[in-house]
Design a protein around this ligand. Structure first.
Ligand SMILES: Cc1ncc(COP(=O)(O)O)c(C=O)c1O
Length: 400
């Protein structure tokens, strides 16, 4: 198969050549341990300082000291949540039903440790119920944890508004934001948004897998998850991954340069894909309605058919996309995000996430728009819901 149309950039992204180029010297010539005393280590320690400065600018932090390098988004989330709770006597946490498993499963674990966790719901477009949050915050609330953008739907949460609600109800409550799917797609300014802690992941940002960062403001105390040496000001032990840190710094710089393109061109291609699909395929629906989303993502439900089958057909055509379903104990369970949105059962099993990047081309989008109708048509023909599909088609024709 020579064709590769990669529309799964919320799963991971291609490493940008310029990122790789910047990293290479730190694999080859500049391999010194940055903590060593001799001159040879100066370049490594300087490179880390420089990357930290780039992350500070990228996230709108006040000080480089507020940036901790980690290995991934999951580690950033674990460090923030568990690290902050270790410094609080309070036992109440508020989060959302649509967080990534690397956050949700930490809360499941903490519930077993005696914490009380409330999970806020979303409406049918995937938008958060902020009134619910306002009612739930109390004197015992140690932490509120809300993702900036959802990985499956791309829906953006009103982070500044949430932080204002938190601070008006309990000024001691800390606010953690999983920024993994927002970084590089929308402007981020942790200070302006009143965020205490924010995690990102390099591999969603055209840096390699195996590097992440965590912003922790100077007023928030966290205990380290990895205890050992003095690295990262005692917040994350282990010899620094110099080439990857350098790569993340470069990726952050490029993401800032690219933000305007992302918000205009990538959004235009995403909208073209969406319109093309809706125009050509009668049993397609955008699961998020008119909700505000990051520019690269759309989640489309194909009614009365199976998402996994669509993905297999697409794979034969060299097209990579993703379904929200997780295969659990032999049964195909729909995604927790789409379930929280109450996506109708007719569409939930046939929902596909399409996620573009700055490397997505117009030709690729045209190719998908051209090939997808036959894929859906072939699968629809073998669907057991023929009567329902006929009725749906007639309804769509009448409404046109
Ligand atoms: C919203 C969100 N948070 C966290 C993560 C975890 O990031 P990582 O794979 O770097 O651990 C992901 C990964 O898909 C994600 O989409």
């Amino acid at each position: 198969m020579d064709k590769l149309i990669y529309l799964d950039n919320n799963a991971t992204t291609k490493v940008d050549e310029r990122v790789l180029e910047e990293m290479m010297p730190y694999f080859k010539e500049e391999y010194a341990n940055p903590s060593s005393m001799y001159d040879f280590s100066k370049k490594s320690s300087h490179a880390i300082r420089e990357a930290r400065g780039k992350l500070k600018d990228f996230l709108g932090a006040e000080n480089e000291k507020e940036i901790i390098f980690t290995s991934c988004g999951s580690e950033s989330a674990n460090t923030a949540i568990r690290g902050a709770l270790a410094n609080s006597k309070k036992k109440h946490i508020i989060t959302t039903k649509i967080e990534h498993p690397c956050v949700l499963n930490v809360y499941k674990y903490l519930e077993k440790q005696g914490y009380k966790v409330d999970y806020i719901g979303v409406n049918s477009n995937g938008e958060l119920n902020t009134d619910e949050l306002s009612h739930l915050i109390n004197d015992d609330t140690a932490l509120v944890s809300v993702m900036w953008a959802n990985n499956e739907t791309g829906v953006i949460n009103p982070i500044k508004e949430i932080s204002e609600i938190i601070k008006s109800k309990n000024s001691e409550t800390k606010f953690f934001v999983d920024g993994v799917q927002a970084a590089g797609k929308v402007p981020i300014n942790v200070k302006e948004c009143g965020i205490d802690m924010l995690g990102i992941s390099g591999h969603k940002l055209h840096a390699p897998k195996g590097i992440g960062a965590l912003y922790v403001n100077s007023k928030t105390m966290i205990s380290p998850l990895i205890i050992g040496g003095h690295q990262e000001r005692g917040k994350r032990a282990g010899t620094e991954n110099v080439p990857y840190i350098v790569g993340l710094g470069k990726a952050a710089e490029l993401a800032t340069d690219n933000l305007n393109y992302e918000m205009t061109e990538v959004a235009r291609l995403r909208d073209k894909l969406e319109k093309g699909i809706l125009h050509n395929i009668y049993n397609a629906r955008v699961n998020t309605g008119l909700a505000k989303r990051v520019p690269n993502t759309t989640n489309i439900g194909f009614e009365y058919i199976e998402g996994e089958l669509i993905l297999l057909h697409l794979s034969d055509l060299g097209i990579c996309a993703s379904s929200g379903s997780a295969c659990t104990s032999g049964s195909l369970e729909p995604s927790h995000v789409l379930r929280a949105m109450n996506v109708p059962f007719t569409a939930i099993h046939g929902s596909i996430r399409w996620s573009l990047s700055r490397f997505t081309t117009e030709e690729e989008i045209d190719y998908v728009i051209e090939k997808l109708p036959k894929v859906i048509d072939d699968i629809t023909k073998i669907s057991p819901y023929q009567a329902e599909l006929k009725a749906l088609k007639e309804l769509k024709l009448i409404n046109k």
